[in-house]
Design a binder for this molecule. Structure first.
Ligand SMILES: [Zn+2]
Length: 273
Protein backbone atom coordinates (compact mmCIF):
# COMPACT_ATOMS: atom_id res chain seq x y z
CA UNK A 1 0.00 0.00 0.00
CA UNK A 2 1.06 3.59 -0.57
CA UNK A 3 2.57 5.27 2.47
CA UNK A 4 2.97 8.99 3.28
CA UNK A 5 1.45 10.22 0.01
CA UNK A 6 1.54 14.01 -0.26
CA UNK A 7 -1.82 15.75 -0.37
CA UNK A 8 -0.37 18.77 -2.16
CA UNK A 9 2.05 17.22 -4.66
CA UNK A 10 0.15 14.86 -6.99
CA UNK A 11 1.39 11.67 -8.61
CA UNK A 12 1.78 11.86 -12.38
CA UNK A 13 -0.77 9.64 -14.20
CA UNK A 14 1.79 6.89 -14.91
CA UNK A 15 2.87 6.65 -11.27
CA UNK A 16 -0.76 6.64 -10.19
CA UNK A 17 -1.68 3.76 -12.51
CA UNK A 18 1.47 1.81 -11.61
CA UNK A 19 0.91 2.23 -7.86
CA UNK A 20 -2.75 1.22 -8.11
CA UNK A 21 -1.85 -1.87 -10.13
CA UNK A 22 0.84 -2.97 -7.66
CA UNK A 23 -1.53 -2.34 -4.72
CA UNK A 24 -4.19 -4.43 -6.40
CA UNK A 25 -1.77 -7.30 -7.10
CA UNK A 26 0.54 -7.15 -4.06
CA UNK A 27 -1.24 -5.21 -1.27
CA UNK A 28 1.47 -6.29 1.18
CA UNK A 29 4.21 -4.28 -0.59
CA UNK A 30 4.82 -0.78 0.84
CA UNK A 31 5.02 1.92 -1.83
CA UNK A 32 6.32 5.47 -1.52
CA UNK A 33 5.26 7.80 -4.33
CA UNK A 34 4.96 11.54 -3.69
CA UNK A 35 6.13 13.41 -0.61
CA UNK A 36 6.47 16.90 0.86
CA UNK A 37 10.23 17.01 1.37
CA UNK A 38 12.11 20.25 0.86
CA UNK A 39 14.09 20.74 -1.28
CA UNK A 40 11.93 18.64 -3.55
CA UNK A 41 12.99 15.39 -5.20
CA UNK A 42 11.86 13.27 -8.13
CA UNK A 43 9.29 11.89 -5.71
CA UNK A 44 8.06 15.37 -4.75
CA UNK A 45 7.67 16.00 -8.49
CA UNK A 46 5.22 13.07 -8.61
CA UNK A 47 7.50 11.25 -11.05
CA UNK A 48 8.94 8.43 -8.92
CA UNK A 49 7.93 5.39 -6.90
CA UNK A 50 9.82 3.29 -4.35
CA UNK A 51 8.69 -0.34 -4.23
CA UNK A 52 9.91 -1.69 -0.90
CA UNK A 53 11.49 -5.15 -1.34
CA UNK A 54 14.50 -6.14 0.74
CA UNK A 55 17.26 -7.50 -1.50
CA UNK A 56 18.87 -9.34 1.44
CA UNK A 57 15.82 -11.65 1.63
CA UNK A 58 15.79 -14.23 -1.16
CA UNK A 59 12.02 -14.22 -1.68
CA UNK A 60 11.79 -10.42 -1.77
CA UNK A 61 14.78 -10.18 -4.08
CA UNK A 62 13.26 -12.77 -6.40
CA UNK A 63 9.99 -10.83 -6.41
CA UNK A 64 11.85 -7.59 -7.19
CA UNK A 65 13.80 -9.11 -10.05
CA UNK A 66 10.64 -10.69 -11.44
CA UNK A 67 8.85 -7.32 -11.29
CA UNK A 68 11.78 -5.58 -13.00
CA UNK A 69 11.66 -8.17 -15.80
CA UNK A 70 7.96 -7.34 -16.26
CA UNK A 71 8.65 -3.58 -16.28
CA UNK A 72 11.30 -4.09 -18.97
CA UNK A 73 8.93 -6.21 -21.02
CA UNK A 74 6.21 -3.53 -20.85
CA UNK A 75 8.41 -0.41 -21.11
CA UNK A 76 7.07 0.50 -24.56
CA UNK A 77 3.60 0.65 -23.01
CA UNK A 78 4.58 2.24 -19.69
CA UNK A 79 7.27 4.66 -20.95
CA UNK A 80 9.26 4.78 -17.69
CA UNK A 81 12.73 6.38 -17.79
CA UNK A 82 14.90 4.48 -15.31
CA UNK A 83 14.87 1.76 -12.65
CA UNK A 84 17.38 1.45 -9.76
CA UNK A 85 17.76 -1.67 -7.60
CA UNK A 86 20.66 -2.64 -5.32
CA UNK A 87 23.82 -1.58 -7.19
CA UNK A 88 22.51 -1.43 -10.73
CA UNK A 89 20.18 0.74 -12.78
CA UNK A 90 18.31 -0.01 -15.97
CA UNK A 91 17.74 2.97 -18.25
CA UNK A 92 15.15 2.87 -21.01
CA UNK A 93 17.41 4.87 -23.33
CA UNK A 94 15.31 8.02 -23.15
CA UNK A 95 14.77 11.30 -21.32
CA UNK A 96 18.47 11.99 -20.80
CA UNK A 97 19.41 8.84 -18.87
CA UNK A 98 22.77 7.32 -19.85
CA UNK A 99 23.88 3.70 -19.82
CA UNK A 100 23.06 0.72 -22.00
CA UNK A 101 19.28 0.58 -22.42
CA UNK A 102 17.43 -2.37 -20.89
CA UNK A 103 20.58 -3.84 -19.32
CA UNK A 104 21.85 -3.64 -15.75
CA UNK A 105 24.35 -0.76 -15.56
CA UNK A 106 26.49 -0.23 -12.47
CA UNK A 107 24.93 2.23 -10.00
CA UNK A 108 27.33 3.64 -7.43
CA UNK A 109 25.82 7.05 -6.54
CA UNK A 110 24.59 5.66 -3.22
CA UNK A 111 23.76 2.39 -1.48
CA UNK A 112 20.21 3.28 -0.50
CA UNK A 113 18.48 1.01 -3.03
CA UNK A 114 19.13 -2.35 -1.40
CA UNK A 115 15.68 -2.37 0.21
CA UNK A 116 13.62 -1.04 -2.68
CA UNK A 117 13.18 -0.63 -6.42
CA UNK A 118 13.19 3.03 -7.41
CA UNK A 119 11.46 3.70 -10.70
CA UNK A 120 10.84 7.05 -12.36
CA UNK A 121 9.47 8.96 -15.30
CA UNK A 122 11.86 11.92 -14.97
CA UNK A 123 12.84 13.73 -18.19
CA UNK A 124 16.04 15.73 -17.69
CA UNK A 125 15.05 18.20 -20.41
CA UNK A 126 12.08 19.33 -18.29
CA UNK A 127 13.92 20.74 -15.27
CA UNK A 128 12.31 23.65 -13.48
CA UNK A 129 14.57 26.56 -12.54
CA UNK A 130 15.24 28.80 -9.54
CA UNK A 131 12.95 28.60 -6.54
CA UNK A 132 10.56 26.32 -8.42
CA UNK A 133 13.36 23.80 -8.96
CA UNK A 134 13.90 23.65 -5.21
CA UNK A 135 10.22 22.98 -4.63
CA UNK A 136 9.41 20.74 -7.65
CA UNK A 137 12.54 19.83 -9.65
CA UNK A 138 10.90 18.37 -12.77
CA UNK A 139 7.85 19.00 -14.91
CA UNK A 140 5.82 16.09 -16.26
CA UNK A 141 6.64 14.90 -19.78
CA UNK A 142 4.11 13.36 -22.17
CA UNK A 143 5.56 9.98 -21.16
CA UNK A 144 4.68 10.68 -17.51
CA UNK A 145 1.04 10.93 -18.58
CA UNK A 146 1.08 7.44 -20.13
CA UNK A 147 -1.81 5.28 -18.93
CA UNK A 148 -3.70 2.23 -20.13
CA UNK A 149 -1.03 -0.34 -19.22
CA UNK A 150 -2.65 -1.43 -15.94
CA UNK A 151 -4.60 -4.45 -17.18
CA UNK A 152 -1.64 -6.03 -18.94
CA UNK A 153 0.71 -5.11 -16.10
CA UNK A 154 -1.64 -6.69 -13.57
CA UNK A 155 -1.75 -9.96 -15.53
CA UNK A 156 2.06 -10.05 -15.78
CA UNK A 157 2.56 -9.25 -12.09
CA UNK A 158 -0.08 -11.79 -11.10
CA UNK A 159 1.89 -14.49 -12.91
CA UNK A 160 4.77 -13.78 -10.49
CA UNK A 161 2.60 -14.15 -7.41
CA UNK A 162 2.54 -17.92 -7.06
CA UNK A 163 5.52 -19.13 -5.07
CA UNK A 164 7.55 -21.47 -7.26
CA UNK A 165 6.34 -25.00 -6.50
CA UNK A 166 9.06 -27.47 -5.54
CA UNK A 167 7.81 -29.79 -8.27
CA UNK A 168 6.21 -28.10 -11.27
CA UNK A 169 2.76 -29.22 -12.27
CA UNK A 170 2.46 -31.88 -14.96
CA UNK A 171 0.32 -29.55 -17.06
CA UNK A 172 3.03 -29.04 -19.66
CA UNK A 173 4.99 -32.30 -20.18
CA UNK A 174 6.21 -31.02 -23.56
CA UNK A 175 8.67 -28.72 -21.75
CA UNK A 176 10.77 -31.71 -20.61
CA UNK A 177 13.98 -32.28 -22.59
CA UNK A 178 16.49 -30.42 -24.73
CA UNK A 179 15.94 -27.13 -26.51
CA UNK A 180 18.11 -25.30 -29.00
CA UNK A 181 17.83 -21.62 -28.06
CA UNK A 182 19.03 -18.75 -30.25
CA UNK A 183 19.45 -15.23 -28.90
CA UNK A 184 21.20 -12.39 -30.74
CA UNK A 185 22.88 -14.84 -33.14
CA UNK A 186 24.28 -17.12 -30.43
CA UNK A 187 23.05 -20.71 -29.97
CA UNK A 188 22.60 -22.25 -26.52
CA UNK A 189 21.35 -25.68 -25.48
CA UNK A 190 18.92 -25.85 -22.57
CA UNK A 191 18.01 -28.99 -20.65
CA UNK A 192 14.71 -28.57 -18.80
CA UNK A 193 13.53 -31.26 -16.39
CA UNK A 194 9.86 -31.34 -15.52
CA UNK A 195 10.44 -33.76 -12.61
CA UNK A 196 12.23 -31.17 -10.48
CA UNK A 197 11.76 -27.89 -12.36
CA UNK A 198 15.50 -27.64 -13.02
CA UNK A 199 17.19 -25.89 -15.92
CA UNK A 200 20.78 -26.03 -17.19
CA UNK A 201 22.42 -24.63 -20.29
CA UNK A 202 25.55 -25.40 -22.25
CA UNK A 203 27.20 -24.44 -25.53
CA UNK A 204 27.65 -28.16 -26.31
CA UNK A 205 24.97 -29.60 -28.56
CA UNK A 206 23.58 -32.83 -27.09
CA UNK A 207 23.87 -36.02 -29.15
CA UNK A 208 20.08 -36.31 -29.11
CA UNK A 209 17.00 -35.24 -27.24
CA UNK A 210 17.57 -38.24 -24.97
CA UNK A 211 20.99 -37.12 -23.70
CA UNK A 212 20.51 -37.25 -19.92
CA UNK A 213 22.83 -34.47 -18.76
CA UNK A 214 24.28 -31.18 -19.93
CA UNK A 215 27.99 -31.37 -20.75
CA UNK A 216 29.92 -28.50 -19.14
CA UNK A 217 26.82 -26.58 -18.03
CA UNK A 218 27.46 -22.83 -17.99
CA UNK A 219 24.66 -22.08 -15.56
CA UNK A 220 21.73 -23.65 -13.77
CA UNK A 221 18.34 -22.40 -12.77
CA UNK A 222 14.74 -23.27 -12.08
CA UNK A 223 11.56 -22.85 -14.07
CA UNK A 224 7.94 -22.32 -13.15
CA UNK A 225 5.00 -23.13 -15.38
CA UNK A 226 2.67 -20.15 -15.66
CA UNK A 227 0.03 -21.82 -17.85
CA UNK A 228 -0.15 -24.86 -20.13
CA UNK A 229 1.64 -22.97 -22.90
CA UNK A 230 4.23 -20.92 -21.02
CA UNK A 231 6.94 -21.01 -18.38
CA UNK A 232 9.53 -18.73 -16.78
CA UNK A 233 13.17 -19.68 -16.15
CA UNK A 234 15.16 -17.88 -13.44
CA UNK A 235 18.89 -18.52 -13.86
CA UNK A 236 21.27 -18.46 -10.95
CA UNK A 237 22.85 -15.08 -10.50
CA UNK A 238 26.11 -14.34 -12.31
CA UNK A 239 26.47 -10.74 -11.26
CA UNK A 240 24.02 -8.45 -9.57
CA UNK A 241 20.87 -9.42 -11.39
CA UNK A 242 19.37 -12.83 -12.08
CA UNK A 243 18.43 -13.54 -15.68
CA UNK A 244 14.70 -14.14 -16.02
CA UNK A 245 13.45 -15.60 -19.30
CA UNK A 246 9.81 -16.02 -20.21
CA UNK A 247 8.90 -18.55 -22.88
CA UNK A 248 5.63 -19.19 -24.64
CA UNK A 249 4.76 -21.93 -27.12
CA UNK A 250 4.61 -20.58 -30.66
CA UNK A 251 3.50 -23.74 -32.51
CA UNK A 252 0.50 -26.01 -32.04
CA UNK A 253 2.71 -29.05 -31.33
CA UNK A 254 4.73 -27.10 -28.70
CA UNK A 255 8.07 -27.71 -30.44
CA UNK A 256 8.78 -24.01 -30.97
CA UNK A 257 8.95 -21.28 -28.37
CA UNK A 258 9.24 -17.51 -28.41
CA UNK A 259 10.86 -15.89 -25.40
CA UNK A 260 11.90 -12.61 -23.82
CA UNK A 261 14.72 -11.88 -21.39
CA UNK A 262 15.36 -9.13 -18.86
CA UNK A 263 19.00 -9.05 -20.00
CA UNK A 264 19.03 -9.47 -23.78
CA UNK A 265 17.09 -9.67 -27.00
CA UNK A 266 14.28 -12.02 -28.00
CA UNK A 267 14.79 -15.78 -27.75
CA UNK A 268 13.69 -18.43 -30.22
CA UNK A 269 13.71 -22.07 -29.09
CA UNK A 270 13.28 -25.35 -30.97
CA UNK A 271 12.82 -28.77 -29.35
CA UNK A 272 15.62 -31.26 -30.01
CA UNK A 273 14.24 -34.74 -30.68
ZN1 LIG B 1 13.00 6.64 -5.02
Amino acid sequence: MRSNVSKTNPECPSISELAETIEHCFPEITLFTTNNVSPGTRHTSGLAIDIMLDSTKAAARGRAEGMIAVFIKLQQKMMWSDIIFTDYHIPAGRAGYGGTPFKPNSYTADRRHFDHIHMDWVDFSLKNSGAEYNRIPYKWSAAAKTTGFGTELFAELKSLSGAPPSVPSASAPWIDGWWEVVQEGTTYYYLLRIADGSAAWTYVRPASGKTPQAVHPENRGTFVIGAADRFVITWERWSTIATVERFQSSSSDNTNLAGTSNRGGPLVATKIV
